[in-house]
Design a protein around this ligand. Structure first.
Ligand code: FAQ
Length: 308
């Protein structure tokens, strides 16, 4: 395959596959996005994982355990997709724990009450779905295919979060207040998940031209707001934005200004939980060294047996 064939593949909306020729910058962009996405899934296990032992019932504990386990699975598919581009998984992990590669800003906020588990399912998984459904049509085959299964599971996660919140909203005034407080804390960070505004987004233009991204950050953010407002009404919570209102002329909701300095601060490592999240990941990696060594020794032994 040549440059010309690559361009034809993109123009015809076909998929680029691992053995195909691709520009170095396309490969680098795909590795960057897939690795950041994989790291987000793995670091994203922590905020909710902290509630597994404190879930209020056996049912809620089993659900949460399954959800957090799903996120681990998503991370693993995504690391495998990055490997098809020639990336080395151990190196990617090294880059994450040394702060050289990013993960989503959203996982640097604390989970203060069990309502946060519901709000993460509703808003964070909701935003993730909104961003990821179009990625099922992303131009890189292994990434687009991984996204199909991931989106199915994320939809399930979103519904479990919403169901948890509906249950709390039918509860006591204190439980309803707990939900509102969680919504107040997670709303703006959820909008920031979609990335900087289009005017400040370094990669959007190129990634759109290569059909890696199908919509801009602002388009998806708007779609998420429009999708979420009726859900908030049905739930009986108030989204913490006095400027949020339907604009009939645009056919969309207008919303207030986002504090982009907060996103920059959190991305650059200075969010409420960045140090803790990376420290936990680093400790898990170091504590797991013996497992990797044992698995490698076993695989070598098996290979040796097969050779004989
Ligand atoms: N946080 O030029 P752009 C989940 C970085 S969902 C941190 O706009 P791009 C599921 C960006 O990387 C969360 N960094 O970049 C779950 C770039 O940095 P670089 C993960 C951010 O790539 C739910 C720079 O700013 N989802 O895990 C953020 O075109 C519940 C300039 O930005 C994905 O990763 C941010 N919010 O667009 C798990 C989806 N925003 O590399 C557990 C796939 C931007 O130049 C529990 N990724 N940056 O140093 C994407 O769609 C895109 O990469 C965007 C950013 C939209 C995130």
């Amino acid at each position: 395959m040549t440059q010309e064939q690559f361009e034809r593949t993109i123009d015809r909306d076909q998929r680029v596959e691992p053995r195909d020729w691709m520009p170095d910058a396309y490969r680098a962009t795909m590795i960057r996005q897939i690795a950041q996405h994989a790291h987000s899934e793995i670091i994203g296990m922590q905020p909710e994982g902290l509630w597994i032992t404190r879930a209020p019932s056996l049912r809620r504990r089993a659900i949460l355990l399954a959800k957090v386990q799903d996120e681990a699975g998503h991370g693993l598919y995504l690391y495998s997709a990055a490997e098809t581009l020639g990336a080395d998984r151990a190196e990617l992990t090294e880059k994450l724990i040394s702060g050289r590669q990013k993960y989503s800003s959203i996982f640097n906020y604390p989970t203060l009450t069990f309502a946060d588990v519901g709000v993460i399912g509703w808003l964070v998984d909701g935003a993730a779905i909104c961003n990821q459904v179009p990625l099922c049509r992303s131009s890189y085959g292994p990434y687009a295919r991984a996204m199909i299964r991931i989106c199915k599971e994320e939809s399930f996660h979103q519904r479990q979060g919403y169901e948890l919140l509906m249950t709390l909203m039918r509860g006591t005034p204190a439980q309803r207040e707990m939900v509102q407080d969680a919504v107040n804390r997670w709303w703006w960070p959820s909008l920031m998940m979609f990335g900087p505004p289009d005017a400040d987004s370094t990669h959007t233009e190129r990634s759109m031209a290569w059909k890696i991204k199908r919509h801009t950050n602002d388009e998806l953010r708007q779609r998420f707001v429009d999708m979420t407002v009726p859900q908030a009404d049905a739930l009986g919570v108030t989204l913490p934005d006095p400027e949020l209102r339907w604009n009939a002329e645009r056919g969309h909701h207008d919303f207030g200004p986002i504090d982009w300095s907060e996103l920059k601060r959190v991305i650059s490592g200075d969010g409420p939980c960045n140090a803790e999240r990376v420290a936990v990941r680093r400790a898990a990696h170091e504590d797991g060294a013996w497992v990797r060594e044992a698995a490698a020794a076993y695989a070598a032994k098996q290979a040796e047996r097969e050779r004989r």
